[in-house]
Design a protein around this ligand. Structure first.
Ligand SMILES: [Zn+2]
Length: 303
């Protein structure tokens, strides 16, 4: 963190000396939006379409937890028309940047401010904080999309109607996604998901009345699960004939593999969308495309 503060201070000096604050909007007349990670990038893209240049700061498949901004990230943030970020544990650096004079004029939107947050215990911060993975419930995604629409409409009033139209279309698809998931969760007696991994789906689970067991809480930096945790997961899977052990996208499968080997369950990926793969990003896959992949596996897991 010290390194980061030094970097911000050094950049502040450079900006103050050279006065190089240029507006990105002047280049092609389009709004410039900076999104820190994939969910907010996808929602902004859905609302703005071609009417904005949208930059995702964390590269595809990049580590979202513990990310440190680069010099060009800080420049992009200080020059943008709208910055969208999580507002949680993984991007506390944003708040620090905004407190500095370099970030003071930037219009911002934190996804966590768009929804009701849920408290969890953070091991890395050693205190209670809220779970930042607010977008994992499609209902919350709708609230976030609407907040982005309002923010963009305030900055770029002449395109208000287009933003309105685009967000309406996207929210209809989100509603359909929500209904498709609900069809599965409301038509089964089973309601427990087992993760041989971290669990970033607090909001998803709450939205569909699901319980969960996971090797780690939250989505933070723990890497070794205790032997007793793994043993109790194995017992639970055996006793309840759980057919699927989930892992997160782009994650380590070791624990899930171990549980699967002991129990005969299958290992499947659950996409939280916190990270996006390079391939999905290049193909322009959306939050809805990626979240829809969970439906089939959810169906198998809750059968
Ligand atoms: Zn995460």
């Amino acid at each position: 963190m010290k390194k980061l503060i030094c970097l911000i201070m050094a950049l502040l000096m450079i900006f103050m000396i050279t006065g190089c604050r240029e507006s990105e909007t002047t280049k092609d007349g389009k709004l410039s939006v900076v999104a820190v990670s994939f969910p907010e990038y996808d929602f902004a893209r859905a609302v703005a379409g071609d009417l904005a240049n949208i930059k995702m700061l964390i590269p595809p498949a990049g580590e979202v937890h513990g990310y440190e901004p680069t010099v060009s990230d800080i420049k992009a943030v200080s020059n943008c028309d709208l910055l969208i970020y999580t507002g949680g544990e993984s991007d506390t650096w944003v708040e620090k940047l905004l407190e500095s004079s370099n970030g003071k004029n930037v219009k911002t939107l934190a996804m966590a401010d768009c929804v009701e947050t849920v408290e969890i215990h953070s091991h890395s911060l050693d205190k209670y904080t809220f779970d930042e993975h607010v977008w994992t419930s499609p209902k919350n995604a709708i609230s976030i999309v609407n907040a982005i629409k309002n923010a963009l409409s305030e900055i770029d009033t002449k395109n208000k109607e287009a933003f309105e139209e685009n967000s309406k279309t996207y929210c209809e698809k989100l509603t359909e996604l929500d209904e498709n998931i609900r069809t599965i969760t409301e038509n089964t007696d089973k309601n427990t998901l087992v993760f041989g991994d971290r669990f970033p789906l607090t909001y998803f689970a709450e939205s569909y009345n699901l319980n969960y067991l996971a090797a780690f809480s939250g989505c933070s930096e723990d890497t070794e699960a205790s032997a007793s945790t793994i043993a109790s997961l194995i017992d639970f899977v055996k006793e309840n004939k759980i057919p699927v052990i989930f892992i997160n996208e782009l994650s380590n499968t070791a624990i899930a593999d171990q549980i699967a080997k002991e129990t005969g369950a299958e290992v499947k990926t659950f996409y939280s969308c916190h990270k996006v793969s390079k391939d999905d990003f290049e193909k322009g896959k959306t939050y809805i495309d990626i979240m829809s992949r969970n439906i089939e596996n959810l169906n198998i897991a809750l059968k």
